[in-house]
Design a protein around this ligand. Structure first.
Ligand SMILES: [Zn+2]
Length: 251
């Protein structure tokens, strides 16, 4: 069902209110965008709290992030949204926020790559930390480059998080999942131990993801064949590499 312009704007406001209510943003932080087609996108304006967004504030921009319609102006952070739409035709919505616990992992320089919750393993896998970039410059869009094709969630070092989805609900749910996973991981670290889900069980989750035909990209899946990948144990990896080296040496 095709949504009306008002419905799209209303949905962006609702997600903005949730981001603010969940303390994922402070002051005027964060931004949300939705793709209508290759040339038209709706997004939140600069200088407005996500907690007080109303549909009349939502603006329309082109594929370069230039304003087409609206009273207010786009955020300078719209550049990273546009980079995602350019490089990922499967993405129809982008959410950027500063979820405190997930962001703190980047400040502490701890990767958010612990496989601890089945739901998070199924939906996002590990969350890469992109290099630090100066806000409003092309440094942040460029920092997404190494991970953009294989992930739907990204941490921005000393800054926040970016999530993408086939629709806005999905992109928002991934943002929630990233922060929830970070909170549980932090609690487990404080309690003294982080026990990850064993490799055998991870493989089962990847098979399950395949059966469920979940949308989006996942670092545990081969992009072309959608086969479980990157979830083998270190021992298996060493064994495979040794075998290939010996084969190459003709032994
Ligand atoms: Zn930001």
């Amino acid at each position: 069902m095709v949504k009306s312009v008002f419905e799209i704007k209303k949905e962006i406001c609702e997600v903005g209110h949730k981001l603010y209510a969940k303390n994922f943003v402070a002051a005027n932080d964060g931004n949300i965008s939705v793709k209508v087609n290759d040339h038209e996108f709706y997004c939140t304006p600069t200088g407005v709290s996500k907690g007080s967004l109303t549909p009349d504030m939502i603006i329309k921009v082109d594929a370069e992030g230039n304003k087409i319609e609206g009273k207010l102006n786009p955020s300078s952070e719209i550049k990273m949204h546009m980079r995602v739409y350019r490089d990922r035709p499967d993405v129809n919505a982008v959410v950027h926020a500063h979820p405190p616990v997930a962001t703190a992992f980047t400040v502490a320089d701890i990767d958010l790559d612990q496989y601890i919750l089945p739901e998070a393993v199924l939906t996002i896998g590990d969350v890469p930390t992109c290099d630090y970039g100066t806000p409003s410059t092309m440094e942040i869009p460029d920092s997404l480059e190494p991970y953009i094709q294989s992930h739907d969630a990204f941490l921005l070092r000393n800054h926040g998080a970016l999530t993408v989805g086939c629709d806005l609900t999905k992109a928002f749910f991934i943002m929630e999942e990233v922060e929830f996973n970070a909170i549980i991981c932090k609690h487990a670290m404080e309690l003294g131990a982080v026990h990850e889900i064993p490799n055998e069980q991870l493989k089962k989750l990847m098979e399950l993801r395949k059966k469920m035909h979940l949308t989006g990209r996942h670092p545990g899946l081969d992009l072309e064949e959608e086969k479980p990948l990157a979830v083998c144990s270190k021992e298996e990896l060493v064994e495979t590499i040794t075998k290939r080296v010996l084969e190459a040496l003709g032994k």
